[in-house]
Design a binder for this molecule. Structure first.
Ligand code: BDP
Length: 724
């Protein structure tokens, strides 16, 4: 590895040693408990109410899930209200029950249950025979579990329960994590240690962590998990591995968490020894039917398959001249009799196609609308390229009237600073979900499309590429736990705001102290924009380091395919910068509905955050919002991003003593790296783009340290999370 030259790294080392010598043993919250801490409630103002309403509790029912609800309440309430105890239904104040029992207490609750479906629930506080009752009711045990977690969230965040009246049902049906985990425990794009699945020791050895994983997912409404990488290893479908999958499925079932598998499309030939894996070959179809039957014998509620096909070297139906629909339908037919589904990824692009990369998924899938079976969803990344710090929406949202588009968000921080940058993704998810596609006139937001409220879809779903690993704190960074959390909350309800979710997460994970809640929520809400500023301001994209995607690499121009190179995306010359995707360029805007299409066609009406995504502009182009020349604006944004990170660091440091010391220290250490890397991004990008613009750093801004050559020379062969 070339020598790391810049001062920042030196500072990091110094700081770590400072920590190590200044403190001996720091104990406290290491992050394992996530947002389910259930520490004793300190707020004396609310305690009498909680003691009155919650201290005597009862869970009706005898199923495994009812037992889990009992266990969770026992653990949680004993932690938060030491006087809490289980009692029978005739004396309890807090009652968790399904419809039949619930209706004895309240006709209103029974009525409301009619509209919350299988997974929804009702929480109400009322008087029943002169006793105050909090009733958590649902149509199924799983609904009751979700309701219980919502009640606990209200208590953890110290909300008033008097007269509380909530009816909640998920807005999307399939809410899944996608683990990009390999059988050898390497996690592709994972930054929190190795895979939590210890395949070697399964099926016998079952860690408590597996159960806590299921609990955490259930607590935010996630109801499925795809256990293995989309770049799938066919070994997952062998009998020995299916036994291991079954062991996890059995643990997860009572939490309402279904397991799914990513499959390799050529498994019939590579695993089954068939001549080919052509979806129209009857032997191949039979092979999948048999495989599905074998899986369902072991796992009766198996969710289905996730498929990456004909993408980045993966095999697929295209290898035999068949369409994505033909490939997906073959699998859908095999799963259908058992109730399984196919999530077929739209992340496809090919060099050979003479079409700009951002347009290819739409061109491929739009004509297939209506050709998929009703148990297939097409899973599409939020933006048209690839999980960049910021992208406009994929034009596929809203474009298919009959084929459900399932959202794929990335929770893991492949392009957003791995596990050391303090970045809360709530604002990014919210921005995407609230964007108007105009598919059926104004108001056809992405959230509504995904929830099947614009076009009536038989299936709906959201997937999040997991950021979970074997690290004690699960996600490698305390704050990044919030991204798992907000994904689940928004998959349940796309209308939630990032700010309200940040607040509840902070209260549950860090503290209910008003100062902590306000400050941390502000930092979280600032953090994504800050990162966009120091990485890819004004619509720049795909300018990260090659392969590992660590740090800046806007200069990279030597990769095998044109559209893997950062220079393909920023197109900087001495005259200007940006990608002309307007009608005078590659016309990617044509894939959007009017009036979005027209808005994005003209730099004057394109939101500045997407400016260089859609337009190639001269360095002296004036930005209406600030009156600055484009070059100056780009530089200002890079500097602003670093200032915002400095602000986050300063604000965090002020919280010392107000939150748990171990949580505090973990984030503080990461913040140091974060700031150094933000400066690295800024300096490297500004120096690089300056070599084209030939313009000075605007007055008032310090000159970037180092030289472009030094930044270009950096190599990180052991950066974590690399792909194949
Ligand atoms: C890219 C990742 C790569 C994934 C691919 C995908 O770099 O590791 O395999 O997405 O989504 O962003 O399939």
């Amino acid at each position: 590895m070339k020598k790391l030259f810049f001062v920042g790294w030196f500072c990091i080392t110094m700081l770590f040693s400072a920590f190590a010598s200044a403190s001996s043993i720091v104990t406290g919250e290491d992050g394992y408990r996530l947002w389910l801490k259930y520490d004793q409630i300190q707020n004396k103002g609310i305690l009498p109410e909680y003691n009155k309403l919650l201290a005597q509790w009862h869970v009706a029912g005898n199923s495994k899930t009812s037992q889990l609800i009992r266990d969770e309440l026992d653990y949680a309430l004993t932690g938060m209200l030491p006087s809490a105890s289980q009692t029978d239904m005739s004396t309890a104040n807090l009652i968790v029950a399904t419809a039949k029992v619930a209706q004895q207490f309240s006709a209103d609750v029974a009525q409301q249950l009619k509209s919350v479906g299988d997974e929804g629930y009702v929480i109400q506080q009322f008087a029943y025979q002169n006793r105050p009752v909090v009733l958590v009711a649902a149509n199924t045990d799983i609904g009751a579990l979700y309701g219980t977690f919502n009640l606990l969230r209200l208590v953890q965040t110290e909300r008033n329960l008097i007269h509380v009246k909530i009816a909640s049902a998920p807005k999307t049906k399939v809410r899944v994590l996608n683990h990009w985990d390999n059988p050898d425990r390497h996690v592709e794009r994972g930054y929190a240690g190795e895979s939590i699945w210890d395949w070697h020791k399964l099926p016998e050895y079952k860690y408590q962590k597996y159960v806590d994983y299921a609990r955490a997912n259930a607590s935010v409404g996630i109801n499925g998990t795809v256990l293995n990488n989309v770049n799938a290893d066919p070994i997952m479908l062998t009998p020995a591995y299916l036994e291991k999958v079954k062991a996890l499925a059995d643990l997860f079932r009572p939490y309402g968490l279904k397991v799914y598998l990513s499959i390799k499309f050529n498994s019939p030939s590579s695993l089954g020894g068939l001549k080919n894996s052509d979806p129209l070959n009857p032997d191949v179809r039979k092979w999948w039917e048999n495989k599905a039957a074998e899986i369902y014998q072991l796992i009766p509620d198996f969710g289905g398959f996730l498929v990456k096909a004909n993408s980045e070297g993966q095999p697929g139906p295209g290898d035999y001249g068949r369409s994505h629909a033909q490939g997906a339908n073959m699998l859908a037919d095999a799963l259908k009799p058992h109730g399984g589904i196919v999530m077929w990824r739209a992340f496809v692009y090919a060099n050979e196609k003479n079409e700009e990369r951002s347009k290819q998924a739409y061109s491929e899938f739009k004509p297939l609308d209506g050709k998929f079976r009703d148990n297939v969803m097409v899973q599409v990344k939020n933006g048209p390229i690839d999980f960049q710090p910021r992208e406009p929406i994929s034009p596929l949202f809203g474009a298919t009237k009959q084929t459900p588009m399932m959202m794929e968000f990335q929770i893991t921080m492949e392009y957003l600073g791995f596990s050391t940058h303090f970045v809360y993704l709530g604002p990014m998810y919210e921005e995407v979900l609230k964007t108007d596609t105009f598919a059926k006139g104004p108001g056809s937001t992405v959230g509504k499309v995904v929830a099947g409220q614009v076009h009536k879809y038989p299936l709906t779903g959201m997937a999040g590429v997991s950021n979970i690993g074997s690290d004690r704190n699960w996600t490698g960074h305390i704050i990044l736990q919030s991204n798992w959390y907000v994904f689940g909350r928004m998959a349940w309800d796309y209308q939630l705001t990032a700010a309200e979710v940040a607040e509840e997460w902070t209260r549950m994970t860090l503290s209910n102290d008003t100062k902590v809640v306000e400050k941390v929520t502000d930092m979280m809400m600032l953090s994504h924009e800050a990162t966009v500023n120091y990485m890819t301001p004004l619509g720049l994209h795909h300018i990260m380091g090659t392969g590992h995607h660590y740090g800046p690499g806007p200069w990279v121009d030597n990769l095998g395919r044109a559209d893997w190179n950062p220079v393909y995306y920023h197109r900087a010359t001495n005259k200007g910068i940006g990608f002309n995707r307007s009608p005078s360029g590659v016309n990617a805007v044509e894939q959007y509905f009017s009036p979005l299409k027209e808005q994005l066609s003209d730099p004057k009406t394109t939101p500045e955050k997407y400016l260089l995504w859609f337009h190639h502009l001269p360095w002296d182009y004036t930005l209406p919002s600030t009156g600055r020349a484009l070059w100056d604006e780009i530089v200002h944004r890079y500097y602003l991003g670093v200032e915002q990170v400095e602000q986050i660091n300063t604000e965090w440091n002020k919280l010392q003593g107000l939150i748990d010391p171990l949580q505090f220290k973990q984030v503080q250490m990461a913040n140091v790296i974060h700031l150094n890397e933000a400066i690295w991004w800024r300096n490297a990008c500004v120096l690089y783009f300056q070599s084209f613009s030939q313009r000075p750093i605007p007055a008032g801004l310090e000159k970037p340290q180092g030289t472009l050559q030094q930044y270009k020379a950096l190599e990180f062969p052991f950066a974590p999370g690399q792909g194949e």
